[in-house]
Design a protein around this ligand. Sequence first.
Ligand SMILES: C[S@@+](CC[C@H](N)C(=O)[O-])C[C@H]1O[C@@H](n2cnc3c(N)ncnc32)[C@H](O)[C@@H]1O
Length: 456
Amino acid sequence: MKRNEVIEVKIEDHSFPATGIGMLDGKKVKIKGAFVGETVSARAHQIRGDRAKGRFIGVVESAPYAISAPCIHYGKCGGCISQHVPMDIQRKFKEEEVRKLFMQNDLSMGEYLGFTGDDDQYEYRNKMEFTFGDEVKDGELNLGMHLRGMKNSVINTNQCLLVHDDFRKIHEYTINYFREKNLPYYRVMRQTGYLRNFILRRGINTKEIMVNLVTTTQIDFNLDEFRDGLLALELDYGLMSILHTESDSLSDAVVPEKLNILFGRDYIYEKIHGLTFKISPFSFFQTNTKGAEVLYHEVKNLIGEKKNEIFDLYCGTGTIGQIVSDKADKVTGVEIIEEAVVAANENAAINELSHVHFIAGDVKDVIAKLQGSPELIILDPPRSGVHPKALEYVKDFSAKEILYVSCNPKTLVIDLRYLIEQGYTVIKSKIVDLFPNTPHVECVILMQRSGLKDEK
Ligand SMILES: C[S@@+](CC[C@H](N)C(=O)[O-])C[C@H]1O[C@@H](n2cnc3c(N)ncnc32)[C@H](O)[C@@H]1O
C-alpha cells in the first residue's frame, strides 16, 4: 500500500465517529464515513506499521441493509453521510461506537439506560448555516454545504431534507436573487468578495423564523429589495427577524462584527418543556428541538431528589438550568457568549425563575471565583470537552454529583477518567440521538462522589 493509492477495503468493524475499519495487506485501515458490511474505495494515507487511513471515495459494494437515500444531495453533500443506513441500524452503530470507546478506556457506563431520541429522521433541524461559494473554480454561485471531503467546494443544497420546507423556499429565493445580482462570494484565500454565509433558525414550537445574511463590507449593496422579496414569500412559519451581519474577519468561521436589523427583531422565541427561550442570532441552541426535548427530559430524570444548588456550566441560553430549576433552590449558569447570557437571564425573568442566574465568561476563569457548595454540577461543554483547569476547579467543589452532557464521546472519556481519578464513579448513562443521518450523538452521564481523596 502506498500513499495516495486507491484501495478497496471490506469494512468489518467500526469506531466513533462513523469510521469503518477493515484489513488490507496486513494493515488495519480506518476510513471515515464507511459502514460495516460495505466494500469501499478510498485513497490511502497515514500508512504507519500495521495501520493506515483511507479517505473515502465511494461504495463499491453496498451492505445488505442499505436503502436508497431520499435526498437528492446525498453523496455529494458533506452534511449527511448515513442516509443509506436505516435509522435503527444507524442508532445501533452509534451505540456500539460509544460503548466500545468506554470499554477501550476501561470505563464503566454504570447502569446503562439505553439509547433514545426523537423519531423524526428528516426536517428536524431548527438551524442551518449555509455557505456561499462554487463547486468548481469560477463556477455558478452556490449556497449550501461543502462538497463531501472538499472544503473549497460548495454545492447548492436547496433541496436539503434535514430542514423544513420554509427553509427550502427561503434558500431557493436567496440563491436565485444573488445569482441574478451577480454578486461575488467571499474567497477566504484571496480575501475578496461579498457574500459569506446564510443562517436560518426557527422556533419549532413558536413557528418563528430568523434569517441572517452574512457579508463583508467590501460592497455597499442595498438589501431592501432582498428583504422585501423574503417578506413576500408564502411561508408556513412567521418571518420574525431578518438580519444582516457584517464580517470582514479573515476566519472561515462566522465572526459577527456588526449586526443590522433589516426587519423585525434580532431574536426569535422557542418553547421547550413549557418554558420560553429567547434565541439571539449567535447563541448556541440545540439544533434539533424535538431531540433536545428528549435530551432534557433524560437530564431531568437523572437528577433525582431536589438539590440545594446546581451549577449549569457551558449553559448556552440557559436551557438546562431553567428546565431543571424546580429541582434546586438555586441555579447558577456560566457561558462564554455574552449575548447568550443576556438572553439566558431574560429567559429566566420571562419564566419567572428568580432563583436562576447566569454569568458571562470562560468557565475556566469564572469558576475560580464562583461561591457556593453545589450538590450537583452539570457540564455540557463544546466538542473539545472541559478545559483541564476548569475540571480541576469542578473537582475542588466536591459536589455530590456531576452530570456530564457530551456531544463528543472522545473528549467525554478523557474528562471522565480524570473525574474518576478524583473519586467520582459513573452511576448511570444514557445515549440520545439528536443528529440522525450524521455520526454525532449525545451522551448523558451521571457521576457520584465516592470516597473523595480530600475526605480521607
Ligand atoms: C454544547 S453547548 C451547550 C449549551 C446548553 N447547555 C444547551 O443545552 O443549550 C456548549 C456551550 O458552551 C459554550 N462555551 C464554549 N466554550 C466555553 C467556555 N470556555 N466557557 C464557557 N462557555 C463555553 C458555547 O458557547 C455553548 O453555548
